[in-house]
Ligand binder design. Structure first.
Ligand code: UD1
Ligand code: CA
Length: 469
């Protein structure tokens, strides 16, 4: 890397065009805030310090990015991108010898490689400022880059302030700049809000630098999507789709099978191994990892899950913050709540919910069960409809089912309770006391059989009728 540089990320704007109560930079793409995308690109370059200008919903933005080694500067109220830099002036001046990389907080497709090239071009040319531009077929509301007859950047004009001729310019300002700090700072004070929006425009600095005889360079990004800013919900969904396609493509390049990329959602931090198969309409979120040969979906949603090699997550599962070990089968229609662990080759069948529960290796809970705060050993059979009563309205209590135990269908295990190794629990039992290893426990009413009862009933009715007549 070249000479040291600092970064300033502009994230104070109201995001009026989003029509949302939430700060624009906190809106999510691929499951993380827009600002996170920008921040990761910036952080990949080891810039120091990284200052974030916050204003609209400053507390929420600061809270979302606390502990990330950022310096926050408040711009209250936000009066434009130029004003945003004015409020960060002292922070920037504290490192006047370092190039200031200034980045709009709403450009999530920006790649770190592009930022690195911008810095390199800037530092080798010794320009006062270098900006990133792209050519767009539909330049819309972006600021237009005006060049002189010599081809040099002359100024930037915002679409709303541009003449009809200027609006025809297809080269736009991406909102990403490198500045020589001693050249930048004196000009910030001179910005005037004489424009359609009544704001202090950072873009005016470019024209001011040129009229004061300083050089301004431009780097044109090869891929125009990198400059896409998010200003509306429509643009948010557009960049989200592009980010998703890129993420899925990179996982496919690593050997992951996506049967239908169009209907598959993958979060920014999702990882998978070669020959993992992601079936249609599947949503992988958070830090989910899918190991080699595992098959997930269709119609599954996984949040912060670890899926082991060769495991299967069948149709319509919702699984979160849990582990499914190698060769296990989960679903269809299963629900894993946080801190659950499905052991190797274990089976969790339809309409089974696990919460904070370990299901041992090779154990099975195939149908209609709730298992909460439970530790279930290996080779256990949990019969259909088994319920752990882990909550008495005040406290949660644990259930232990030891190796090889057999719990009959529709058992109710009132925690705290232990079913010992190899023990049997009769179907329909309500178990309130520990069952010793190897024992059979029955906790249900005894069956009563009344022979001929039905016939007797019919006869009694007919007698009653004839006596009325
Ligand atoms: C800006 C540029 C435009 C460029 C476009 C690229 C200006 C005047 N215009 O327009 O030339 O083509 O970006 O996407 O800079 N912000 C603040 N404080 C403020 C206002 C904005 O921190 O007072 C932040 C916003 O949170 C946002 C960024 O600056 O992250 C850009 O602001 P936005 O209002 O989206 O600018 P554009 O109109 O898109
Ligand atoms: Ca913008």
């Amino acid at each position: 890397m070249g000479a040291p540089a600092q970064a300033v990320i502009l994230a104070a704007g109201r995001g009026t065009r989003m029509k949302s109560a939430r700060a624009k930079v906190l809106h999510q793409a691929l499951g993380v805030p827009l600002l996170e995308h920008v921040l990761r690109s910036v952080q990949a370059l080891r810039l120091d310090p990284i200052t974030v200008v916050v204003g609209h919903q400053a507390e929420a933005v600061e809270a979302a990015f606390a502990g990330r080694g950022l310096r926050f500067v408040r711009q209250e109220p936000p009066r434009g991108t130029g004003h945003a830099l004015q409020v960060a002036k002292e922070d920037i001046a504290a490192h006047a010898d370092r190039t200031a990389l200034v980045v709009n907080g709403d450009v999530p497709l920006l790649r770190p490689e592009t930022l690195a090239s911008l810095l390199k071009v800037h530092q080798t040319s010794r320009a006062a400022a270098t900006l990133l531009t792209v050519d767009l077929d539909d330049p819309g509301a972006y600021g237009r880059v005006l060049r002189g007859t010599d081809g040099q950047v002359r100024a930037i004009v915002e679409a709303r302030d541009a003449s009809e001729a200027e609006r025809q310019v297809r080269e736009i300002n991406a909102g990403i700049y490198a500045f020589d700090v001693p050249s930048l700072l004196p000009l910030l004070a001179g910005l005037q809000p004489q424009n359609a929006q009544g704001e202090y425009y950072l873009t005016d600095v470019i024209g001011l630098l040129r009229t004061s005889g300083r050089s301004v360079h431009a780097l044109k990004a090869a891929d125009p999507v990198e400059a896409l800013g998010v200003n509306t919900m429509g643009e948010l969904s557009h960049v989200s789709r592009l980010l998703r396609e890129a993420r899925v493509a990179s996982l496919m390049a690593e050997g992951v099978v996506f049967e239908d990329p169009q209907t598959t959602h993958v979060g920014l931090d999702v990882t998978a191994e070669p020959d993992a198969v992601i079936r249609p309409f599947t949503i992988l979120e958070g830090r989910t990892h899918v190991a080699a040969g595992a098959v997930v979906g269709p119609y599954a949603r996984l949040v912060d899950m670890r899926i082991g090699p060769g495991a299967q997550v069948l149709d319509h599962c919702f699984l979160r913050e849990s582990v499914v070990e190698a060769g296990a089968v989960v679903g269809p229609f299963a629900h894993l709540r946080p801190a659950s662990h499905v052991g190797a080759r274990a089976k969790v069948g339809n309409f089974v919910e696990l919460k904070n529960t370990r299901l041992g290796e090779g154990s099975k809970a195939p149908h209609l069960s709730y298992l909460g705060d439970s530790t279930i050993g290996p080779k256990v059979n949990v019969g259909a409809g088994t319920i752990t009563c882990n909550y008495d309205g005040h406290t949660k209590s644990p259930t232990h089912i030891e190796e090889g135990a057999f719990v009959g269908s529709n058992a109710t295990l009132v925690a705290p309770v232990t079913v010992g190794a190899g023990a049997y629990v009769g179907a329909g039992s309500v178990i309130t006391e520990d069952v010793p290893a190897g024992a059979l426990a029955l906790g249900r009413g005894r069956q009563v059989v009344k022979p001929g009862w039905a016939e007797e009933r019919v006869r009694a009715r007919e007698e009653a009728k004839s006596s009325k007549r």
